[in-house]
Write a protein that binds this ligand. Sequence first.
Ligand SMILES: Cc1cc2nc3c(=O)[nH]c(=O)nc-3n(C[C@H](O)[C@H](O)[C@H](O)COP(=O)(O)OP(=O)(O)OC[C@H]3O[C@@H](n4cnc5c(N)ncnc54)[C@H](O)[C@@H]3O)c2cc1C
Length: 447
Amino acid sequence: MQRYDAIVIGGGISGLGVAALLSKKGYRVVLLEKESILGGRSTSFPYRGYTVDIGVHAIASYTSSGIERLVKEVEATLELIPIKPSLMHLDLDTRAYTRAASRERFGDALYNDFKRLVAMVAELDKEEIETVHGQSAERWILDHFDSSELVAFFDKITGFSGQPMDKVSAGAFLETLHDAFTSEATITYPARHGIKALPDVLEGAIRAHGGEIITEVAVQGILFQGDRVQGVQGKIVRPSFISEVEIQAPLAVLTVPLTLLPRFVPSEMIGDELLDKVSRITAENYYYVGLVAGVEASLFEGFSSRFFQWTVDRAGMDWHGLITVPSFVDRELAPEGCHLAFIDSHGPMPYGDQALAGRRQKELLSILREIWPDFDQKTDWLHPVIYPTILPLAQTSLTGPFRPGFRVPGATGLYLAGDATYLTGSGIGSAVKSAFSCADAIEADQR
Ligand SMILES: Cc1cc2nc3c(=O)[nH]c(=O)nc-3n(C[C@H](O)[C@H](O)[C@H](O)COP(=O)(O)OP(=O)(O)OC[C@H]3O[C@@H](n4cnc5c(N)ncnc54)[C@H](O)[C@@H]3O)c2cc1C
């Protein structure tokens, strides 16, 4: 029977990252993914001639967030296109089309404050940033710049999944900005295949280093002898073939949504402190609200065919729409003569309010019709999407000392990874950072 050193549960970016790092170090690794497709929340799939990304993933801060390091360390290559300027803005009333963070949009005084903030944050070191997780980004900005306009500026230029600055942790805010301001390109997008390019290169790296990947296996429990991991048990869930499976290994890495931890491990092993951290995350009920559409390319004619992503709002709106057209970067994501477009909502999000999420979605659609009166005629297909609790929430009670971390205190050989274990709010960046920290924790314990 095949023997493994480690089982990685979940084939999102964090699971693929840990599995690639461990197999590169010589561990015999098997990764188990319940879906037939790898990448988890960062994946793309073919649909009616388009390549649809689960939610249009810009890769932020490639060179400074650890993503480049991961790709290099596992000896893979990933071709990315830097997006410049990274974000534009359209004012619905004036139709002014400007860079999202620009002098033209915000005026000299505010823009100069922003530039001073950029210079200050780029100089900060990790230790300083770690000390301010307990306060809000709003507090930090007010303490250092005494400018409520600057707080409003960050609410308007997005990031942090639309959470207002009084909720976001200053530590997560500064770490994310530090990554952005010190990276060679703030926003990039894969040159081919949409975001799936990233899981694809990690998958290739795992296989190249002797690791194994099995899809359509839903892990249902961790097997223990005493407090030691023995392996996992789960189900093969292929159409017309459903079977129990048991795989043995002394190490297991759980990368499924952290909120599911209590389903996999008895509470006494998790311990009160980690259980408390997990329940804080579970309590943050969040909705991602968006629309995905295939549209005729002529819709954008004379508008802005050069730009990947732009925000839209008008004076008085306390939220904004974000329009992203990844097929401006890679023409192959849409059939000839068409574009793939995503429109989502940012700003104070519908925390736990499904009715508000539905209304926001309708408002997004009316914004599209306002910008393009022929939107409906030029739309090939349109799908509304509302995902519950999908992004890591970089809030003051969840980051810094409240980060769940990478070990389960009462279980020897069980490790955690995933964006919610790291929680800087930068999505893929958090998932990758968690993969490094988890692999480091495993290495440290094995020594
Ligand atoms: C709509 C949307 C837009 C986003 N936009 C961005 C963006 O622009 N930039 C950015 O950086 N981030 C973005 N994110 C966040 C980013 O997708 C995530 O932070 C990242 O993909 C998380 O990776 P992960 O490996 O931690 O988790 P996941 O991707 O959730 O991976 C967990 C994996 O575990 C698998 N799994 C679950 N249960 C089991 C089981 N029982 N057995 C086996 N496998 C199991 C799942 O199928 C999944 O593949 C976005 C997310 C969404 C949903």
